[in-house]
Design a protein around this ligand. Sequence first.
Ligand SMILES: Nc1ncnc2c1ncn2[C@@H]1O[C@H](COP(=O)(O)OP(=O)(O)O)[C@@H](O)[C@H]1O
Ligand SMILES: Cc1cn([C@H]2C[C@H](O)[C@@H](COP(=O)(O)O)O2)c(=O)[nH]c1=O
Ligand SMILES: [Zn+2]
Length: 199
Amino acid sequence: MHQFPKDIGWIEVICGSMFSGKTEELIRRVKRALYGRQKVRVFKPRIDNRYDETQVVSHSQLKLTSLPVERAEEIFRHLPSDIQVVGIDEVQFFGGEVVQVCEALAHKGVRVICAGLDQDYQGRPFEPMPQLMAVAEYVTKELAICAVCGNPANRSQRIIGSGERVVVGAAGEYEPRCRKCHVPEPTEASPPQTLKLFD
Ligand SMILES: Nc1ncnc2c1ncn2[C@@H]1O[C@H](COP(=O)(O)OP(=O)(O)O)[C@@H](O)[C@H]1O
Ligand SMILES: Cc1cn([C@H]2C[C@H](O)[C@@H](COP(=O)(O)O)O2)c(=O)[nH]c1=O
Ligand SMILES: [Zn+2]
């Protein structure tokens, strides 16, 4: 991917819609750091108990051990002094203080890898992602496949009736959609699909 600098820290942001592969990419980067014998810790907000209370779990069921925390500042308490890499999933669920936490870690020489939703179900920027993306050295935007038309999807369609910004959920509650098929209010799900290679 990048020619990584030596002896300094930095922030990587992996953003995109739901089902775009953010968690898979976070897991991939963390595993490669572990293969490189780096000292790594992974965190997620405690509110994300969707597939598991403690593990980071992708929609494709890849898993990674993590520490759930209530607030971003708690991350400092769980880091060994020789920490080299910090991964954070579902970063959009932390308040704005997560930006200062990531910055402080990067200033201390830590590689910080954050994955999070860049837009909410209405297509509005999901704070603190815009702020984090602004200060990050590297930003990767992933795209899913639109559940309606098959085009690249950068939005998350809510398919249950709630107007709250934060509603933890997965396939029963959201589906990925392109800008043409997305509507900013909750709507009916597209017909279910089975993946098959041969008829
Ligand atoms: N419409 C879709 N487009 C792309 N991937 C999908 C779709 N529906 C389900 N998936 C699954 O979601 C996986 C990505 O999961 P994950 O990394 O958890 O995404 P994210 O963290 O961005 O929500 C894909 O590898 C695929 O198995
Ligand atoms: C669009 C949107 C999503 N959420 C929730 C739903 C999930 O629990 C997470 C996103 O998980 P993923 O790893 O990106 O699939 O966020 C929400 O609370 N509000 C929204 O508007
Ligand atoms: Zn579409």
